[in-house]
Design a protein around this ligand. Structure first.
Ligand code: SF4
Length: 730
């Protein structure tokens, strides 16, 4: 898959860093987010009433409201108003995603109206005849050099501008002339207060103000979801928009206006007094509110959350894949990034959303970034599930695989999807038949066949299955070493698929570490968490797994035993995704009882456990003997659920010097990097972590199975799980 170049990576990572810094300065960040979310939930709930109310208030102000069913309806109204009633030659526009969505520029051009974008980035794209690639910074993919080249080619200036300042001045001068000659101004609206008809416009360049005031006719185009009840409701969003999107504490221009605005219409021809010849009464205002699928999204319990989106772009900036590929690849007709799946599915349809939906790997790093708390990966999963169910194509060999691994999914589901989604079955079979299965998996022609049939890239090392599972090993050694009557705590070690069938050693290390701190352990045979099927959009299969897991663990939870989880993506299922898959009380009971293994060790030490029982650097062997310096990559989902830092805390407590990776993602994110279609992208996303850890002599540790595999591929040696680092030797 093509990546979009350094400019996107540099800018999005810069925005993302800025978000961390700016939101970090807020004491009440989480409560602001809750407030913003509550306002949107309430507004979408009351949307029909707010539409009626805004119609009344805007009309009372002297403006007009038009509710457009779809893009065609909106464009018909706008072109008739502009080209026929106003006989306009030129319309100037301030950046608006909704107007991109309805493609109003094209409609106006057909009607003979010259449309000029006044946002600098949008104007660059208009000159280049390209589409935006980012919600907030539309020309983010263009470097300064590329823009200089473009201006030189299109305008052939005597003294071609080169520096950022020269380019800005060049654009400003041209745009200034074009604005003076305009007849109509068009803006979007970040929010609209229904009780007063007031618009909130947040921009970096102040061009929205010019667009509104330079002409006598203002058309504001916005989706119906932009309505909020009152002007007071703007407040948390003003705090959150800039910080979330570009990391600015406050966006450069924040305008609240209640059109028709009470300022005279300028006469640019008048030399002496440009404002003498106009008054506010000469102004005309039209609010075009667009449905275009939004009211149906409101009725769709899964897609409804998309309407809470305030289009800040934080989810794009936080996304490792977006940082690499940019919005042209990771986007649809209009919207880009993680939340674009919801928008495009609702507005354009599943086909458009399906084109880029796979680029959401479910790593979940966008979730804490979203100022209105949208579960973006879940929306992507739902859309993937719908795509799976809608694209039922029978392939000749499908029945073989379906017989082998029956699941809850529709017949004919893509084989690669089904293979990855049924990884637990594959692992079980692989372990039962190991070491033969491992030998066969390495045979060149078989890898080529696997690649052809399942799409699993042959450049990836396949996991080697263990012939003795963790459960069998534990049973074979006689179960718990710490008797229950002598134990500090009693716990169940959850035998996740990767630990049980592949990386048994990290399971044994977890047993040693927990027992040395006095934990009475059990390791029952329990189903896989359902993470692989969920990652493939196989929600019914994932739900069946969640129910099995709950059935397997509930008696232990009832008996007061803690559930300790080694694989962070499985713990994230228990604490997050199971909320969607299990009854509320079941979800809460399991989530409350579950802990990450490093979080659990941290808790044991904090509550009097002796850290000296664990392995400190001096006692290390092998790579650990080279010193106490560790490079640690916390798993993305572990960070999202707030357990990424416990490993650091435990390692530091034991005396390790820990350097934590500062990348959002290793590029693997579950099954994603295995697939041939995404192998190159996965390696590209991993580049920053390779740059950070590749040239150090530190011992690399990583908590997630997929992070470990990716770091192995990037650095040439497999990292260990933190619990393997700190567990006493056998
Ligand atoms: S989904 Fe959230 S983070 Fe993404 S653009 Fe919308 S509001 Fe911003």
């Amino acid at each position: 898959m093509a990546t979009e170049g350094d400019a996107v990576a540099e800018n999005t990572r810069g925005f993302n860093e800025g978000r961390y810094e700016s939101t970090g300065r807020l004491d009440d960040y989480e409560s602001l987010k809750d407030e913003a979310r509550a306002i949107k939930e309430d507004a979408i709930e009351r949307l029909p009433d707010l539409i009626d109310q805004v119609r009344e208030t805007v009309e009372a102000n002297g403006g007009t409201v038009y509710i457009a069913d779809d893009a065609e309806d909106a464009n018909q109204y706008i072109t008739e108003l502009t080209a026929e009633r106003r006989d306009a030659d030129r319309l100037v526009k301030s950046k608006s995603m909704t107007s991109e969505e309805i493609e109003v520029n094209e409609a106006l051009a057909e009607a003979g109206v010259d449309v000029v974008e006044t946002d600098l980035g949008e104007w660059v794209l208009q000159v280049a005849d390209e589409a935006p690639s980012h919600i907030v910074a539309p020309a983010i993919h263009k470097s300064r050099e590329a823009i200089a080249e473009l201006f030189a080619e299109r305008f052939d200036p005597e003294d071609p501008p080169e520096t950022a300042e020269e380019l800005t001045m060049f654009a400003r001068e041209r745009l200034g002339e074009l604005v003076e000659d305009a007849d109509v101004g068009m803006t979007g609206a970040n929010f609209i207060a229904a009780d007063s008809g007031t618009l909130l416009l947040v921009t970096s360049e102040g061009n929205a103000r010019k667009t509104v005031t330079a002409t006598d006719t203002h058309v504001a185009v916005a989706g119906v979801e932009k309505l909020v009840p009152t002007v007071e409701d703007f407040s948390p969003f003003v705090e959150l928009i800039g910080r979330s999107g570009t990391g600015q504490d406050v966006t450069s221009y924040i305008s609240t206006l209640t059109p028709p605005v009470d300022s005279p219409v300028p006469d640019f021809e008048a030399d002496a007094d440009a404002l003498a010849d106009g008054s506010a009464e000469d102004r005309d205002f039209h609010l075009v509110l667009i449905d275009n699928g939004r009211m149906s999204m409101r009725d769709d319990e899964e897609l409804k959350e998309t309407l809470y989106c305030i289009r800040c772009s934080a989810c794009s900036n936080a996304c490792g894949n977006f940082q690499s590929v940019g919005g042209h690849a990771f986007g649809g007709e209009t919207y880009s990034g993680g939340i674009a799946t919801g928008w495009e599915a609702g507005i354009e349809g599943l086909d458009t959303a399906a084109e880029f939906n796979d680029l959401c790997t479910g790593c979940s790093r966008c979730v804490p970034a979203c100022p209105v708390g949208i579960d973006i990966p879940w929306i992507n999963t739902v859309v993937r599930d719908r795509v799976n169910r809608g694209e039922v194509k029978s392939r000749q060999t499908d029945w073989v695989f379906e017989e082998l691994v029956p699941d809850e999914e529709p017949a004919g589901l893509d084989l690669g999807t089904r293979f990855v989604g049924n990884y637990e079955t594959v692992a079980k079979l692989g372990s039962l038949t190991a070491p033969l299965s491992n030998k066969l998996a390495d045979v060149g022609p078989l890898r080529a066949l696997t690649e052809r049939v399942t799409g699993i890239d042959r450049r990836r090392d396949l996991p080697a299955f263990a012939s003795e599972t963790l459960v069998d090993w534990f049973e074979g050694r006689g179960g718990a070493a710490v008797p229950v009557e002598e134990a500090e705590r009693t716990a169940v070690l959850y035998p996740d698929t990767a630990t049980n069938y592949v990386d048994v050693e990290r399971g044994k290390a977890a047993v040693r570490a927990l027992e040395t701190l006095g934990v009475h352990l059990r390791i029952p045979e329990v189903s896989g968490s359902g993470r692989p099927p969920l990652s493939q959009g196989m929600i019914a299969s994932a739900t069946a797994k969640a129910e099995d897991v709950y059935a397997g663990l509930v008696t232990h939870v009832d008996a007061g035993r803690d559930v300790v989880v080694i694989e962070p993506s499985d713990l994230a299922m228990f604490r997050s995704e199971y909320e969607r898959l299990l009854p509320e009380s079941s979800f809460e009971r399991l989530a409350d009882a579950s802990y990450d293994v490093m979080e659990y060790l941290f808790g044991l030490i904090e509550n009097g456990g002796d850290p000296a029982a664990l392995r400190a650097p001096a006692a290390g062997t092998g790579p650990v003997a080279s010193g106490n310096r560790v490079a640690y990559h916390p798993h993305c989902q572990a960070r999202t659920i707030g357990v990424g830092e416990h490993a650091t805390a435990v390692m530091e407590r034991l005396g390790y010097d820990v350097r934590v990776s500062d990348t959002e993602c290793c590029g693997m994110a579950g099954s994603f990097g295995y697939k041939t279609d995404y192998y190159e992208l996965s390696m590209d996303v991993g580049e920053p972590i390779e740059a950070q850890f590749g040239d150090t002599d530190r011992t690399v540790v990583a908590s997630g199975t997929s992070c470990g595999e990716q770091l192995d591929a990037l650095l040439g040696s497999a990292p260990m799980h933190p619990v393997e680092l700190v567990a006493p030797r056998e």
